[in-house]
Design a protein around this ligand. Structure first.
Ligand SMILES: NC(=O)c1ccc[n+]([C@@H]2O[C@H](COP(=O)([O-])OP(=O)(O)OC[C@H]3O[C@@H](n4cnc5c(N)ncnc54)[C@H](O)[C@@H]3O)[C@@H](O)[C@H]2O)c1
Length: 253
């Protein structure tokens, strides 16, 4: 009897932070994982960690907002790991500023990575999912989608991803493809560390202030988000699509 090959997942922005945790989690769930990020060499430690734990992974350098690079990256994953039927659109950047100080470049960069990037990656990967009559797309939104001072560009992108998620869920459902979004609250990563730096507060004080506003009185870790991604990807989640799961521990307003 021939063994069924493992499903192949692509995780973008997976060289560190939430993406790296999702890549490791999907590998421990039994998937082969393509670790995509801007710089291929930056993905090496995540790939090495997965391989050391007995998994299969591939590092691919790509700017998710570059159409030709996305086409080439997804083709490479299909050729070297197998047809990708799971996609986690996690790559992200912030360029925070109050509206009157926000440059058009800051606006375009944030919209470009989150919205254009998720669009290009999803369009390239859905071919393999519809062919397989099975697929999973998980988009990373944010609690900032509800509005956040100094983040008009980021909030617009993250709210846009929610509409994108619901539209793809409607289009792709008949092919056995579910599309959901995770909207994290505060998670300890380089992204939040840099926000603390920009605001001129220590990362410890920044985390303590955030924790004081969170129902369970702690900040999130990348593994908290990876657990939600793992759930959406499972076979048993096949009747859940078009949903936005706030992983922020507590009601948001
Ligand atoms: N950290 C949080 O509190 C938090 C909260 C809500 C949502 N998020 C979202 O979760 C996702 C991961 O965030 P994180 O905190 O791990 O951030 P991070 O900055 O630690 O990691 C983001 C990764 O994305 C990569 N990346 C950026 N632009 C890219 C591009 N054009 N192409 C390919 N890769 C690119 C970066 O190189 C980096 O490795 C992001 O979409 C972010 O907006 C984070």
């Amino acid at each position: 009897m021939t063994e069924t090959p493992p499903r192949v997942a692509i995780v973008t922005g997976a060289a560190r932070g939430i993406g790296a945790a999702i890549a490791a989690r999907l590998s421990s769930d039994g998937l082969a994982v393509a670790v995509l990020d801007l710089d291929e060499s930056a993905c090496a430690p995540v790939v090495a960690q997965i391989v050391a734990a007995g998994g299969r992974a591939l590092a691919v350098g790509v700017d998710v907002s570059d159409e030709a690079a996305v086409t080439a990256a997804v083709a490479r994953v299909a050729a070297e790991l197998g047809p990708p039927t799971v996609l986690v659109n996690n790559a992200g950047i912030t360029r925070d500023n109050l509206l009157f100080k926000m440059s058009a470049d800051d606006w375009d960069a944030v919209i470009g990575v989150h919205l254009r990037g998720s669009f290009l990656m999803s369009r390239a990967a859905q071919t393999f999912m519809t062919q397989a009559r099975w697929g999973r797309i998980v988009n990373l939104s944010s609690s900032s989608a509800l509005g956040n001072r100094g983040q008009a560009n980021y909030a617009a992108a993250k709210a846009g991803l929610q509409g994108f998620t619901k539209s793809l869920a409607k289009e792709l459902g008949k092919f056995g493809v579910t599309v959901n979004a995770i909207a994290p609250g505060f998670v300890v990563t380089e992204m939040t560390r840099r926000t603390a730096e920009r605001l001129g507060v220590s990362f410890e004080d920044f985390q303590a202030a955030a924790a004081a506003e969170i129902a369970v009185a702690r900040v999130g870790q990348p593994e908290d988000i990876a657990a939600a991604a793992s759930f959406f990807v499972r076979d048993e989640a096949s009747y859940i699509s078009g949903q936005i799961l706030y992983v922020a521990c507590g009601p948001l307003n």
